[in-house]
Design a protein around this ligand. Structure first.
Ligand code: 5GP
Ligand code: MN
Length: 351
């Protein structure tokens, strides 16, 4: 049997005791939660319900994409932006708080104050670099595929898998799948397939989960994606870098809804030899706010680029951030970033 343990025996014992002793447990995910954030939170939620008999409170700062609405028990998720008082009450009563799939308090944006003020001990289950949240227990493994994998492994160590249902298995599979681009990156460790094998014993339909996530676009989303790749992509051949922009006008033209451009930043990496891809997207409401997504392959770190140029961070090959400026300015900064890394990207820059 594969060894999936992430905790020392003492840590496992402490975590088990903490859960058992806590009546009021709050599970939190990061702002604009993605498949892994929701998958890991909902998987952990199901585990605490089904194995420990708890009734946790699950809070995220704001909206998540439509293509994740089908996840079992997603109706239990409480959005802080819609129900701040209810979330505040949950924090006031909390005896234990889980921070799942994020590494810093600022990643919950408007919910940060409520989370910071909460007196309950925190436990982090995460896979981002450089965890900074003060906790009782930090389970942080940047080498793993996803926070959902961390959730599975901690559950596996604490015990109770045999009695868990598909409500645990579906979100955990979904999170591992989305954070690895359908098992196409960060996904060569054999443990991943052992875990999938276990999840499949719960009778989940992994092909249907794939279709629910990846073949669930509106006609307009597909048209937008085609338009962006054909008209808005800037390729710098000599340094193997590219970026594209999404403006509010583009969003209006293509009836944009949240999630329509999800993971499109991976698409330019399909160009032969491409090493880095950057997406610049205007906020759909706030002026001079540009959301940045970065992806790379192999040994080039977009985490460094995100920290240095885009107020962000994340993983070595997948990071995010933002800029408070116009799109013109954001494009200048992106070209500057490409120039800065020109040598590492293997060429003299024409950016
Ligand atoms: P995405 O491009 O999908 O928004 O983000 C890619 C990765 O970077 C995700 O794992 C996400 O958690 C992380 N990330 C996104 N935005 C930020 C940010 O502002 N700060 C940090 N530290 N990480 C981010
Ligand atoms: Mn993640």
């Amino acid at each position: 049997m594969m060894d999936l343990n992430l905790l020392t025996a003492e840590e496992a014992h402490e975590l088990d005791a903490l859960i058992r002793a806590s009546e009021h447990i709050v599970i939190t995910g990061h702002s604009r939660p993605d498949g892994d954030a929701l998958g890991a939170c909902l998987g952990w939620y199901a585990y605490l319900c089904e194995h420990y008999g708890k009734e946790p409170f699950l809070a995220v700062p704001n909206a998540y994409p439509d293509f994740l609405m089908w996840l079992p028990m997603s109706e239990r998720i409480v959005r802080y932006d819609k129900h701040p008082d209810e979330v505040q009450r949950a924090f006031d009563e909390a005896q234990l708080v889980f921070c799942i799939d994020y590494n810093g308090l600022n990643r919950v944006e408007a919910m940060e104050q409520a989370l910071t003020d909460c007196k309950a001990p925190r436990v982090m289950l995460d896979h981002h670099l450089d965890p900074t949240i003060p906790t009782r227990l930090t389970v942080s493994h940047p080498e793993l595929s996803s926070a959902s994998e961390v959730v599975f492994r901690v559950m596996w160590q604490l015990g109770g898998f045999d009695t868990l249902s598909r409500k645990f298995a579906i979100p955990v599979y979904c999170g591992m799948m989305t954070d690895t681009g359908g098992f196409t990156f960060n996904s060569t460790r054999p443990e991943i397939y052992f875990i999938i094998c276990q999840l499949l014993t719960k009778g989940i339909d992994k092909d249907k989960i794939y279709r629910n996530v990846y073949n669930n676009y509106s006609q307009w989303a597909i048209r937008l994606r085609g338009y962006l790749m054909s008209q808005k992509l800037n390729v710098f051949d000599d340094i193997h870098a590219s970026y594209y922009t999404i403006t509010r006008q583009n969003m209006r033209d293509f009836h944009y809804v949240r999630g329509d451009a999800e993971a499109l930043v991976n698409e330019p990496l399909r160009i032969r030899g491409m090493k880095v891809s950057v997406s610049l997207r205007e906020d759909d409401r706030v002026d001079n706010k540009i959301w940045v997504s970065l992806r790379s392959v192999d040994d080039f770190s977009v985490e460094d680029m995100a920290r240095r140029f885009f107020n962000g961070g994340g993983h070595f090959n997948a990071s995010g951030g933002y800029l408070d400026c116009s799109m013109d300015e954001a494009e200048k900064i992106t070209r500057e970033a490409f120039r800065y890394y020109a040598d590492a990207l293997g060429g003299r820059s024409g950016a």
